[in-house]
Ligand binder design. Structure first.
Ligand SMILES: [Zn+2]
Length: 270
């Protein structure tokens, strides 16, 4: 077992801090930057993510769907930044940093779910919260945070994750993140299969992201039928289409909300 120890965790904390300070220092950017979306295909490289009953890998499903989603968004004129474009490992703080450097309008992390019981199925979407909405949501967050916890020593890792979440959970994008998660889940619920709703949990990858953000679990890779479906090109296309529609919806909503709060100067009467 490789242990990176406290030094690595401290470096990760610094990386998150630098990303945050950078984002804050640059302030709000022009509309072209607001039209950028960061898509985060979960896992990659040595971090395989969850595994299906026939060897299906979460890291491959998330990348396939992310690429299809990116193509759709680009075709619609949206600038897209992927946190990874191939089968490589990117640490969770590195993903946050990529998102903040892009000064994006939205951040969407794509994952596939796992459960000990093979009959559990369906899609669910999360936005960040210190408290999980239920025990199952907490389990999902713990599983997705595992790659980060492995970087710390076994005894300290849980506390380190807790400390980071406590310090860095940002609340100013809560409403927009909640709306983004709702839009994603609404679109996914239109596809065949179960909808497990919108939930909240403490995901490290969403922590410190200086923009509205959501994490979608596109289905259970541990369910044999769902895992097989998730591997099909048609299903991946349908998921990408649903996510693109939700992202478009959320971007319009956010733009309208900003205009309502901060109307253009030209409309002011002398
Ligand atoms: Zn995952």
């Amino acid at each position: 077992m490789i242990r990176f120890g406290v030094g690595f965790v401290a470096a990760s904390l610094v990386a998150i801090g630098v990303a945050l300070v950078g984002a804050l220092a640059s302030g709000v950017r022009a509309d072209d930057a607001r039209a950028t979306v960061v898509i985060d295909p979960g896992h990659g490289g040595a971090d395989l993510g969850a595994r299906g009953p026939h060897g299906e890998l979460e890291k491959e499903l998330t990348l396939a769907v992310a690429k299809k989603l990116a193509a759709r968004l680009r075709a619609a004129g949206t600038k897209v930044v992927l946190t990874r474009k191939s089968d490589v490992f990117v640490a969770l703080p590195g993903r946050t940093e990529i998102a903040n450097r892009a000064h994006a309008a939205l951040f969407v992390s794509i994952h596939a779910n796992s459960a000990p019981e093979p009959d559990v199925a369906g899609a669910e979407t999360y936005f960040l919260s210190r408290e999980a909405s239920d025990d199952e949501a907490m389990c999902v967050a713990m599983t997705e945070n595992d790659v980060f916890k492995q970087a710390g020593t076994a005894d300290e890792s849980a506390d380190v994750v807790g400390a980071i979440l406590g310090d860095l959970i940002r609340t100013e994008h809560l409403r927009e993140s909640s709306a983004l998660a709702a839009a994603i889940q609404r679109q996914l619920a239109r596809l065949p299969g179960a909808s497990r709703g919108v939930k909240q949990a403490p995901f490290v990858v969403l922590t410190g992201v200086n923009m509205p953000a959501a994490l979608v679990e596109i289905g259970f890779i541990t369910n044999p039928a769902e895992s097989q479906r998730l591997g099909q090109r048609d299903r991946q296309d349908a998921i990408a289409k649903a996510l693109a529609a939700a992202i478009g919806e959320a971007m319009v909503q956010n733009r309208e909300a900003r205009l309502a709060i901060d109307p253009p100067q030209a409309e002011e009467k002398p």
